[in-house]
Design a protein around this ligand. Sequence first.
Ligand code: HEC
Ligand code: HEC
Ligand code: HEC
Length: 101
Amino acid sequence: MKKIMIFLLILVVVCSFAVGARVGGGDISTKTSYGPVIFSHEKHAAKGLSCQQCHPELYMTVDQHKTVSMKEMEKGSSCGLCHDGKQAFTVKANCNTCHKK
Ligand code: HEC
Ligand code: HEC
Ligand code: HEC
């Protein structure tokens, strides 16, 4: 019993170090027909956003990714919730700020 407790403690410590090496989910790369998009957790956290502003309502994990079109984003889905030209630069322009060709 004591051994199991110690193992669990080590597991928790190791996991928190593994998470501490990067912010949240790290850099997320999504392939699109317009070139890949890199979403940076670090840069978004640096703008003062909390995890709860995006999780779990808007996003889960990469495996559970729900594909969203630019048209839907322009109406406020996914990145478009904030990238509306008021809270952050708009998805109706700035294509190459998100898409890397
Ligand atoms: C501005 C929005 C935003 C914020 C704030 C945010 N995340 Fe994320 N997170 C995302 C997106 C986008 C994804 C990718 C989801 C997808 O592909 O559908 C993601 C994915 C993740 C994943 C899964 C990674 C994987 O490989 O599957 C974890 C874990 C995560 N975030 C943790 C966090 C934590 C912890 C915080 C707070 C420090 C945080 N996120 C803040 C947008 C955000
Ligand atoms: C805030 C970041 C951001 C900006 C700005 C942005 N995009 Fe995107 N775009 C994305 C993301 C993220 C996806 C992938 C969505 C998914 O797969 O769920 C995507 C997907 C796409 C797609 C494939 C889906 C579709 O709707 O056909 C095309 C094409 C595209 N973008 C073109 C553009 C063009 C053109 C612009 C500029 C007018 C632009 N994007 C601006 C983030 C952005
Ligand atoms: C909860 C709000 C929110 C969501 C959702 C969000 N962003 Fe952002 N994003 C911001 C804010 C705020 C900034 C900083 C203000 C600005 O640059 O206009 C920013 C900045 C950025 C930048 C510039 C980072 C830099 O400093 O170089 C990129 C690129 C970006 N976002 C991509 C994305 C993509 C791609 C998605 C969707 C997968 C997304 N964002 C979703 C709020 C958000």
